[in-house]
Design a protein. Structure first.
Length: 290
């Protein structure tokens, strides 16, 4: 009986200590608090998807806390701006989330496992839209990429817009005519062979990255306008190399979208980082972790 009472007392003590740990405040951001549970939930959501990360590692938790504080700062700014979110947007997003589950019961089960309910989830969705809106206002809407920036980048980084090495070669696989093709090419040149055996020859123009290693090795041993009969996958083939290591420069018109996206992303990162720095400078942040 005494043993049972001791186990019961220890169980209550363990539960009490766990509750204390969960409710422990790890940071304050202006007038908001961040609890150990908030940190754990955030860590699980954003870091545990990566196999190399473990949410029990202190360094991972520190990184998660920093990101969580940044999120709270952005949300705090959105609330100060009194950003409104249309109820229809929240309902549509909620419906989208529910539809991702095989059944409503599965959705409810997932909520319970995360310690959520529909009311809390709706509030989280609303906060997401508020965060997006305030980032749009102070970051995205202020980013511009000018045509001259695209042209300058193209001219100064032209090496990025060359295709990888390319081969142009001809191949024939009908074994009974390979010797005849080889002989004609040797005696009268490949132009004559192309005319005589146009139905049997296949012209291939391919980048190195798209060719099998076996084919690259064969072509690598040939010089331009050289030819050979070689075994490929247990079958003889005639191979004629027309051109090797061809590099072509992508025209500016075709590279514009890629350059624009890159420059936009770089400007976004820079402006977002600067804006966050300003928010942190204006805020009162206290960290009690670990």
């Amino acid at each position: 009986m005494k043993k049972a009472i001791l186990v019961l007392i220890l169980s209550f003590l363990s539960l009490y200590l766990y509750t204390e740990e969960v409710n422990r405040i790890v940071a304050r951001v202006n007038d908001q608090i961040v609890t150990y549970k908030d940190l754990n939930d955030y860590c699980e959501l954003f870091f545990n998807r990566l196999e190399e990360n473990n949410c029990q590692q202190e360094e991972v938790k520190k990184n998660a806390l920093e990101r969580l504080i940044e999120d709270r700062l952005i949300l705090d700014r959105a609330k100060k701006e009194e950003i409104k979110v249309a109820p229809a947007l929240i309902e549509n997003k909620l419906r989208e989330i529910i539809n991702a589950y095989s059944s409503f019961e599965e959705f409810e089960k997932s909520l319970i496992e995360r310690g959520l309910n529909i009311t809390i989830l709706k509030e989280r969705i609303k906060e997401q839209f508020m965060v997006q809106a305030v980032i749009d206002k102070y970051v995205r809407s202020r980013i511009k990429v000018f045509p001259w920036e695209i042209t300058n980048y193209y001219q100064n980084h032209s090496q990025e817009f060359y295709s990888s090495a390319k081969f142009i070669f001809w191949i024939a696989s009908k074994e009974e005519i390979l010797d005849e093709i080889y002989k004609l090419t040797k005696e009268e040149g490949f132009e004559k062979t192309k005319k005589e055996f146009k139905e049997n020859l296949l012209r291939i123009e391919q980048e190195t990255k798209d060719l099998r290693k076996e084919i690259i090795e064969i072509l690598g041993k040939l010089k331009e306008n050289e030819f050979t009969i070689v075994e490929i996958e247990g079958k003889k083939h005639f191979v004629y190399l027309e051109k090797k290591n061809i590099f072509s420069l992508l025209p500016l018109e075709k590279a514009k979208e890629r350059i624009y996206n890159y420059l936009w992303e770089e400007k976004f990162k820079k402006r977002f980082k600067s804006w966050l720095k300003m928010l942190k400078k204006e805020a009162i942040i206290e960290i009690y972790f670990p």
